[in-house]
Design a protein around this ligand. Structure first.
Ligand SMILES: *Cc1c(COP(=O)(O)O)cnc(C)c1O
Ligand code: SF4
Length: 368
């Protein structure tokens, strides 16, 4: 893992060593049984679009779990970019006043300190940027982010996302959090992370204690898509957060072959609640390039989501979210602000401007 050497201490912690044990080379992928019948050239092309990285902690588990394997295994379908698909599906760039910061909603801003992650989820909606080492913020760019936050007193919440903010070494991360702590109007810092699922040992009790030392309140939103992710280590990691008093929410993406049956969603959300995680968002997959095989038709997704109500406890039911393609904002479904206008075409009302935006999903290919 490069890119952080100037800020991290010489001592490499145990979790950082573990992070470097992931499979990403062609040889690793073949050895782990994750290359299917892909040629070396195809693997290389896949990697150029979006890097491949399967964490060591998944190695055994992907043999037993289709939902886990589907999330990390590179497949040929990814090489197909359909006309409806967009490089920047939710318009991060449109609302980015300076590098590394997206300010779409007045009172909260996204910050991407890094574009690297512990795993590269094949359905990632930021796959056009994520995994590229060159997108790491320099210290000068970080200072610009901090001064933007200082100048915008309407921002009371910062969402650290990426990439995965928790793959940053403590020395780097806590330095930045210390700088955030000096901005008096910032009251809440939210971490959007996949680390509890892929590298649970990174979340130590000491880490939680240090988070709680800041004047702002930290919330963790763990990205978890399948109950199969919740093994003992993952549950223990969540438990360290919760016991230290840090609220934990989850977000999931609705993914064909991973969680598109009623039973799979029920198991996921009920288990999360048993582990004191409140399911927060279930996302309909954004129109990222090379991800069509993960999407079920929106009308089917709505029906599936609505079937949860009445059968699951209310605290097990997340909001079902559609991020309007192009950057017009998120809406919570079902909504009077979403209207079907054609076989695959919909119109949604932007929560930001009130404008109706029309968009289409690719045809179902039946590839999977
Ligand atoms: C999703 C998102 C947020 C957070 O939205 P919440 O509904 O508060 O979870 C903030 N900023 C941007 C740019 C986003 O895309
Ligand atoms: S961890 Fe998040 S940002 Fe990283 S590849 Fe997965 S979905 Fe994308």
């Amino acid at each position: 893992m490069g890119g952080f050497s100037d800020c991290s201490s010489k001592r490499v912690s145990a979790w950082q060593k573990k992070l470097s044990l992931a499979a990403s080379s062609t040889e690793d992928l073949r050895e782990w049984g994750l290359a299917g019948d892909l040629s070396d050239a195809e693997l290389q092309e896949l990697r150029e679009n979006f890097d491949i990285r399967v964490p060591e902690s998944f190695r055994q588990r992907i043999l037993e779990s289709e939902p886990l394997r589907r999330q990390v295994e590179p497949v040929r379908h990814e090489l197909v970019f359909l006309p409806e698909e967009l490089a920047d599906p939710i318009g991060d760039e449109v609302h980015s006043p300076i590098k590394g910061l997206t300010h779409r909603y007045a009172n909260r801003a996204l910050i991407k300190l890094t574009h690297l992650c512990g795993v590269y989820c094949r359905f990632c909606f930021r796959r056009y940027k994520v995994s590229q080492e060159g997108n790491q913020l320099t210290s000068q760019e970080m200072r610009a982010v901090l001064s933007y936050l200082l100048d915008h007193r309407e921002i009371r919440e910062v969402i650290l996302t990426g990439g995965d903010p928790l793959i940053l070494p403590d020395a780097f991360l806590f330095k930045f959090l210390g700088d955030l702590a000096a901005i008096p109007h910032l009251r809440v810092v939210r971490f959007h992370t996949r680390i509890p699922s892929v590298l649970p040992e990174r979340i130590t009790s000491e880490f939680c204690r240090r988070l709680n030392d800041f004047p702002f309140c930290s919330w963790v939103v763990a990205h978890i898509n399948s109950a199969d992710e919740l093994n003992q280590g993952v549950v223990a990691s969540i438990s360290r957060l919760v016991q230290s008093g840090i609220p934990v929410l989850s977000q999931s993406v609705l993914l064909q072959g991973v969680n598109t049956s009623f039973g799979q969603l029920q198991e996921l959300f009920e288990q999360l609640v048993e582990h004191r995680v409140r399911p927060y968002y279930l996302h309909y997959p954004d129109l990222a390039q090379g991800t069509h095989h993960f999407r079920i038709p929106l009308e089917d997704a709505l029906e599936l989501y609505q079937s949860l109500r009445g059968q699951l406890s209310g605290i097990c039911i997340p909001h079902f979210i559609l991020d309007i393609p192009g950057g017009a904002g998120k809406i919570s479904l079902p909504s009077a602000g979403l209207v079907r206008v054609g076989e695959r075409t919909w119109k949604a009302r932007s929560p930001l401007t009130g404008d109706w935006i029309q968009f289409s999903y690719p045809p179902q290919t039946g590839l999977l």
